[in-house]
Design a protein around this ligand. Sequence first.
Ligand code: 5GP
Ligand code: 5GP
Length: 218
Amino acid sequence: LLASATDFDFFYHVQKWPGSFCDTTGGCCFPGNVKPAADFGIHGLWPNYAACRPAGETNRTRCWPDFCNATNTFAPSLISDLKSDMDRNWGTLSCRSNDSTAFWSHEWSRHGTCSNMDQHAYFLAALRYKARFNLTRILLDSGIVPSEERTYCVGSIRDAIGEATGSAPGIECNRNARNETQLYQVYQCVDLAGTGPIPCPAVPMQGRCTDQVKFPAF
Ligand code: 5GP
Ligand code: 5GP
């Protein structure tokens, strides 16, 4: 371990379903006004502790490290070869900016600087992991397809991804503008190299899901 290395236990590789981001009361915007494909998009690759660490003398309880190096700022030139892949697979849906650079910069500063990877390795690892396990395809192969009417058992979503990848993910839900609960984000547990699925060391989060959830069209 380098003297400066960050101590953490695993990564969450987090992907969001665009249909469930966009049908909320907040809505969404697309970079360049071009609607992306109906596919999961990367939110981030997040270093995590297996168990939250209690507050010391001065610090609050922490469940993950973040903002590990304020001087190591995002530099688009370091990942110019990844740009088109990033645009396709890691686009912003936020209306606060109409290009994704601010989103990538935030993810790098908050999470990437704790990853013990350089910027190119960090973004490449996240892109490769998404490509390795195509969540949209995995769900489709289990008959779980976006629908305006259907609901799905959240356990069947978790099982489909768990069987395809070897590791049961965490599932996060949100509410659409009609207050219906829907699949929002998938949290996959990944080893410290950012390459392989591992059994989730922490109880995978199941934020705000009910037994039956929607998986809306996009
Ligand atoms: P939210 O409150 O929207 O769920 O999360 C806000 C931000 O906190 C996320 O965008 C992410 O940067 C960070 N965050 C939330 N949950 C986790 C987690 O379980 N692990 C890590 N590493 N970061 C998280
Ligand atoms: P987190 O801290 O949860 O990793 O990242 C969330 C931050 O990234 C938000 O504060 C938001 O300003 C910015 N952001 C930019 N684009 C997106 C997006 O498409 N989804 C989310 N959740 N956050 C985005």
